[in-house]
Design a protein around this ligand. Sequence first.
Ligand code: HEM
Length: 346
Amino acid sequence: MLNAGSNLSTRYFRLTLGCAAFAFALLLFGVYVRLSDANPGCDAWPSCYGKPFAPLTAREIYEAWQDRVLPPGVLQRQVAVDAIYRYLPAVLGLVLVGLADLGRRRRSRFLVLQFMAPATAATLAFLQSGLAQFAAGRHPRAGYAMADLAFALATVGILWWLTLREQRFWRPVPPHPRIQHLRPRALVALILVVGLILLGGWTAANNAGLACPDFPTCQGGWWPAMDFVDGFTLWRSVGVNHRGGMIDLAGITAIDVAHRVAALIVLLYVGWLALRTIRVGFDSNLCRYGMLVLVLLLGETIVGVMDVVLRLPLVVEMIHGAIGGLLMLGVIALNHVLRPRRVHAG
Ligand code: HEM
């Protein structure tokens, strides 16, 4: 009986870890979709240009062109990438339903966490997949890109937290008065990092990355002309301002400068927290988590600057997006180790 229970726990842990890795890969795929302008490739969901499923092969896409259902200018790569990207979160959602069921069957005292967390992540994954409906044509794509990123971040975050709470690795540090005060600060750090990642996604979705082509100045000065209303109106299509005209340089400059200023705030605050964690936990393994966050933070900042200096090569953009995601996972791990759980999960 004990064996059956521990088998179930092991399966649950492995599946949770697998789902977290799948969700992280999807987050990176989303970065690629935004940066390569792959969406909107389809016009609806789950159908695509009148077909029940998106045309994926070269032959299907050629037929769709011939039937004149595919508008000119929409590329095969766009359709294929967009279609795969919209279906994969639904696949993840289905696997997560299985994980929630496994959590229910474990009947441990952590039932609420082990069932509710995958169920919530499954709901988010299904919503993310369905969001594609709003991505195309007359619908506002810019707001969609943000919601897509927010759902993807929340799904990864929940699954990573759940993986850590299984306590197979990275066990929380025993309660100690010296680490007590770090807890709320680690939570603030997580909020700041998530906010910055969302701002980065907004920068990419609006093609605003080179509004400031120079660094550390922007357009040769410290405070160029900026229009924050244009820059931060979510409910509009990319390239269009809140009045329906073309978005101008002042609009995208506001986005780019906001990302830079937010990056500076994160660098100072999270950097300070990481150094403090290293100092407080110098004689315990807490030190490692502080170092991990510090390395990711510095690496992300350097790659961000390189991205601008090298004029946004896709590979550097992807590395920037990937380290940003890892930084979030690192800060979640820091939050986890600072919050001891009294009993080992059953
Ligand atoms: C800790 C600091 C930083 C974090 C966590 C961060 C995070 C991100 C993320 C997640 C993206 C978007 C990828 C996507 O979802 O499409 C992004 C985009 C971007 N970031 Fe950062 N960033 C940071 C610092 C910087 C710095 C210091 C710069 C340069 C001065 C920078 C420049 C950019 C640019 C230009 C983009 C637009 C995307 C592109 O076209 O490459 N970032 N950032």
